[in-house]
Ligand binder design. Structure first.
Ligand code: SAH
Ligand code: TYD
Length: 404
């Protein structure tokens, strides 16, 4: 029995996806023999409502100089982080402001603070993306954020007005160290603002592909509140976001320093209505995941029987869970098209489907495109209007398996 990383109560395992590789571990054909696998299993803590992986690979296996995800590949995400930065610049900075970001990646958020002339520091352990940020003028240290590093940052720069984090808090198993570090690094009136895929959306949309090695936690407002309460901080606002198929932005402050928005209690009530505090909800989710897997496999096998060409669109980390769990092989999906140069020419983790540049998709569009990057669906559908006009079909599986 494993215990909750947040409150130490026993975890209730509710789904086992089997052996999984590193989701962003795109590999060369000669590397397939030594591919690493671990058991992807998820548990629910009935005491603090935190949903979390039972086992997570060690961090250096996932975050290193070959990290495959460059945030700035998406135009919409650039716009999203500009709006995020504008909100911080407008509402949350005091005198001689200093902003810290965890998981700053290629600088997609912080370059907005460079442009505004604000003192800033990105903390980014994956060296290749950290380099990309530096080359855009973003101050970046290549380290993992934790309590010790927070102390060093404060000693060198003074306290922070705002500590930001997008799609990274849910990656960090040692959140108590992170929260303690945030508390000591923050000015008395400072704020932590972070966002991650939201458990409510994952459950409602059967978006099981959000579950993979990097995502050790699946947050709700009630579970996030439980973490920060243990460190003398509180959630003062929550703002739902459309990104990554439904995310939640949390504003955290030192306890008693800022007014708490009614949105916090309202969202907690909504979570209770959704059953995010009950194990049976997660057992139902498992049944829905299994049905989704069977439906997707059946559609792909049907398309193959009809002799149709199917190509994947977007070699996302999420697609690793889908392809491996559903048994999607190169016989069913010819290749995956992706615009990220470092993924091209490689094989997808586990399923070993070739990843090819977008030019290959454009040169010979398939009959059906399997939308692995469904979270960028709007942006992609707009770009690919001609594919549809010329008879191409989209196959998606979130929120349900359907051909569009
Ligand atoms: N914020 C970006 C990147 C998200 S990907 C965006 O939303 O697009 C997660 C990033 O967090 C990766 O670049 C990874 O290297 C980094 N990361 C992982 N663990 C970390 C830690 N302990 N401290 C800081 N960054 C971390
Ligand atoms: P994303 O869904 O953002 O993340 P994750 O890896 O966390 O699941 O990844 C999007 C992937 O899709 C990325 O590898 C780039 C690719 N992509 C395209 O190939 N074309 C596009 O138009 C877009 C928006 C993304």
């Amino acid at each position: 029995m494993t215990n909750c990383r947040i409150c130490n109560a026993p975890l209730n395992e509710f789904i086992d996806f089997g052996r999984m590789p590193i989701a962003n571990g795109f590999l060369a054909p000669e590397q397939t023999d030594s591919e690493y696998f671990f058991g992807l299993r998820v548990g629910f803590c009935a005491a603090c409502n935190m949903v979390q992986l039972i086992e997570q690979p060690e961090r250096e296996r996932m975050f290193n100089e070959n990290y495959a995800y460059f945030s700035s590949i998406s135009v919409r995400m650039e716009q999203h982080f500009k709006a995020f930065a504008d909100m911080v610049l407008r509402d949350y900075l005091g005198g001689d402001p200093f902003v810290v970001e965890l998981g700053s990646n290629d600088g997609i958020m912080l370059h907005n603070f460079v442009d505004a002339g604000i003192r800033h520091l990105g903390v980014e352990p994956s060296q290749n993306v950290a380099e990309a940020a530096r080359s855009r003028g973003v101050n970046t240290i290549c380290s993992f954020f934790d309590e010790a590093l927070a102390g060093e940052i404060k000693a060198q720069n003074g306290p922070a007005d705002a500590i930001l984090a997008a799609n990274v808090m849910c990656h960090i198993p040692y959140l108590h160290s992170v929260a303690a570090g945030m508390k000591s690094l923050l000015k008395p009136e400072g704020v932590v603002i972070f966002e991650d895929p939201y458990l409510g959306d994952i459950i409602e949309n059967t978006a099981y592909d959000q579950i993979y090695d990097e995502h050790v936690f699946y947050f709700s407002v009630s579970s996030v509140a439980c973490l920060f309460e243990q460190h003398g901080m509180e959630v003062v606002d929550v703002l739902p976001q459309h990104t990554h198929g439904g995310s939640m932005r949390y504003v955290i402050a030192q306890k008693g320093k800022r007014a708490v928005s009614p949105a916090v209690a309202e969202q907690k009530r909504k979570e209770a209505r959704l059953g995010l505090d009950r194990l049976e909800t997660f057992h139902r989710f498992r049944s829905e995941v299994e049905a989704s897997r069977d439906a997707l496999k059946a559609v792909l096998q049907g398309l193959k029987a009809e002799g149709r060409r199917v190509v994947g669109y977007g070699a996302t980390s999420k697609s690793t869970t889908v392809t491996v769990y559903c048994g999607i092989t190169p016989e069913l999906v010819e290749f995956i098209s992706d615009t990220t140069p470092s993924k091209q020419g490689k094989l997808s983790p586990g399923a070993h489907i070739p990843v090819r540049p977008y030019a290959d998709f454009a040169a010979a569009p398939p009959d059906v495109a399997l939308l692995f990057a469904w979270n960028h669906g709007e942006e992609i559908m707009e770009k690919e209007a001609a594919f549809r006009r010329e008879g191409g079909k989209w196959l998606r599986y979130v929120p349900k398996v359907e051909i569009l």
